[in-house]
Every structure is written in C-alpha cells, then in structure tokens.
Design a protein around this ligand. Structure first.
Ligand SMILES: [Zn+2]
Length: 112
C-alpha cells in the first residue's frame, strides 16, 4: 500500500498591493511609507524598488499549499532582502512562516 495522499486543493491567493501604502512584508511595521528623501534632484524612496516603482509580483508559499502572490508591490528593504535570501537559499519553511505573518497582517488591516 502506498502512502495515502490528500488531494492538494489549495489555490493561489492574489493580493493587489497597488493601494497598500505600508510594507506588506513580515515586519511589524504598518506605518505608511514616508515620503522620499531628496538628494539634489534624485528621490530616494524608502521602500523597494528605490526608484518608486513597483515589483510586478512577489510570492510566498502558503502553509496549506498554493502561493500568496502580491501584485504591484512595494516593500521595506529588510522584508525584501529577507525574501530574496530565503528564496536563494531555498528556505521554504521560513518563507511559509513569513507568509503566515503576512496574511495575519493583511487580514488585520483589511487588505485580504
Ligand atoms: Zn517590511
């Protein structure tokens, strides 16, 4: 007898982060992004991407399968760096834990 497998029914959850003005990442911060600092004519945005644009999408694996996909997102430096490091190193467990934090945060703030 083979191992019994439960069917994977989890689907991706897509969150449009266009109107989210705080970092939706796993940090505790829910303050709106401060205005960019100006260096001469150049604006230094606090969140990434630094040019003030948005990442098309970032995703986190969810505990029950599927992915949490953030579309058009801006994120604080530390959350972004953390995400990239965990992805590079294949730390799926850490990404799943962060995903739980993210969902908590976004749920509390009424974004999902
Ligand atoms: Zn953050």
């Amino acid at each position: 007898m083979g191992k019994m497998c439960l069917p994977k029914i989890a689907e991706d959850v897509v969150v449009s982060a266009e109107n989210i003005n705080f970092c939706p990442g796993p940090c505790n911060d829910t303050m709106p992004e401060p205005p960019p600092r100006m260096f001469g004519r150049e604006a230094w945005h606090v969140f990434k991407p630094r040019d003030g644009g948005r990442y098309q999408s970032l995703h986190y694996p969810m505990p029950m399968g599927g992915r949490l996909i953030l579309k058009n997102v801006r994120m604080c430096y530390s959350c972004y760096k953390r995400h990239m490091e965990f992805e590079d190193e294949g730390c799926v467990d850490y990404l799943i834990r962060d995903c739980e934090r993210l969902m908590d945060k976004l749920t509390k703030l009424g974004c999902i």
